[in-house]
Ligand binder design. Structure first.
Ligand code: TPP
Ligand code: MG
Length: 365
């Protein structure tokens, strides 16, 4: 399948490498680019401040028209799935949702303790990506990790037991909600510190490459998926790992679950450029934006990113625009967000053509 981000598009340096080349993007030239500090959260939800960022989304992205046309003509066929595949995706998403609704019940009845971060609303990302993996492929998660564990095949009973601190849990009850781990399923952990999993995932991807190229294990084509949030993309480990993964062409996919919020901090308020996927090309890897609420679209992008990694063509950064339906954790009263407004923002961002259904960020064209 010839795709929007096939290797051919990256064989020659796709972006200016020398300082005298024309810069890709001059932030000073954004119209109305006043102070990025946007004041109170109320203001951010209601005022023109959001428009600034939406404007940025639409104004600074240059899409490759050929790529878009190519994708438009092919997208119908690649979104098709068999009945069995459809059922598998549906079952996985329903399992994730039902499992976590039960967690909420147990927590509010006082039967489950500690921090519990639910994934309600984001299921299409986990299912769309992880259901394409082989058992030997690895997944590295965050503290919002229950559903990633379920998608990777860790039995629901083992995950729930872990949440209750039982010895029958996947970490013998010693990890708890934020530290799901299963060597059998190559689930390399949930991590409480944001960004902490990204170097672990990069190391796992390095291991695969080392086995294949140095130890000559020719059949080792394992891929690693690193999941993390939008807030984490302002963290240094994200940039360091993108650099190393691109430099060494590691078989990894960086999956950003952009749910627009980092606890109570709006993504639009916390980052100098809200289009996270654009950071991929800055490191010489494809950056893709996708509707993270649509499992088929996520799956389409995931298929190509995973295949690219498996072929030895290196990493991809995928930004999945999604939304969490509950508070940051079950202890969070979730008073800051306005879901109606957030939904409008999300829809507007996508309709502005930043990547919906799938656009490869053109590099300097
Ligand atoms: C290194 C570190 N700094 C700060 C925190 C506190 N913290 C917990 S969650 C969070 C926000 C993360 O937001 P995001 O990456 O968008 O993930 P989401 O919760 O939205 O899935 C922060 C700052 C932390 N856990 N680790
Ligand atoms: Mg977030």
């Amino acid at each position: 399948m010839s795709t929007a981000f096939s290797a051919a598009k990256f064989t020659s340096p796709p972006f200016p490498l020398r300082s005298h080349d024309k810069p890709l993007f001059d932030p000073l030239k954004i119209p109305n680019a006043t102070s990025p500090f946007l004041g109170s959260t109320r203001k951010i939800r209601r005022s023109s401040s959001t428009k600034l960022n939406l404007h940025r989304r639409s104004g600074t992205v240059v899409a490759v028209s050929d790529v878009v046309k190519e994708k438009k003509s092919k997208s119908t066929s690649s979104l098709l799935i068999t009945k069995e595949e459809g059922l598998e995706l549906y079952e996985d998403m329903v399992l994730g949702r039902a499992f976590e609704d039960m967690c909420a019940q147990m927590y509010y009845r006082g039967k489950m303790f500690g921090f519990v971060h639910l994934y309600n609303g984001q299921e299409a990302v986990s299912t769309g990506f992880i259901k394409l993996l082989k058992q030997q492929d690895s997944v590295v998660s965050t503290y919002r990790d229950h559903v990633h564990a379920l998608s990777k095949g860790v039995p629901a009973r083992a995950v729930m037991s872990e949440l209750f601190g039982k010895t029958t849990g996947c970490c013998r009850g010693q990890g708890g909600s934020m530290h799901m781990f299963s060597s059998e399923h190559n689930l390399l952990g949930g991590f409480a510190f944001i960004g902490e999993g990204i170097p672990v995932a990069t190391g796992a991807a390095f291991t695969s490459k080392y086995k294949r190229e140095v130890l000559k294990e020719a059949d080792c084509d394992h891929v690693t998926l690193a999941f993390f949030g939008d807030g984490t993309c302002n963290n240094g480990q994200f940039f360091e790992c993108l650099n190393m993964a691109a430099l060494w062409k590691l078989p990894i996919v960086f999956v950003v679950e952009n749910n627009l919020w980092a606890i109570g901090m709006s993504h639009l308020r916390a980052t100098s450029d809200p289009q996270i996927y654009k950071k991929g090309p800055a490191f010489g890897m494809p950056g893709i934006h996708v509707d993270g609420m649509d499992v088929l679209k996520v799956r389409e992008v995931a298929k190509e990113a995973i295949a690219r990694a498996r072929r030895g063509e290196g990493p991809t950064l995928v930004e999945c625009e999604t939304y969490r339906f509950r508070g940051h954790s079950l202890a969070d009263p979730d008073e800051l967000r306005d879901p109606v407004f957030d939904d409008e923002t999300r829809t507007t961002c996508m309709c502005h053509g930043t990547g919906y259904p799938l656009i490869l960020h053109s590099l300097g064209q």
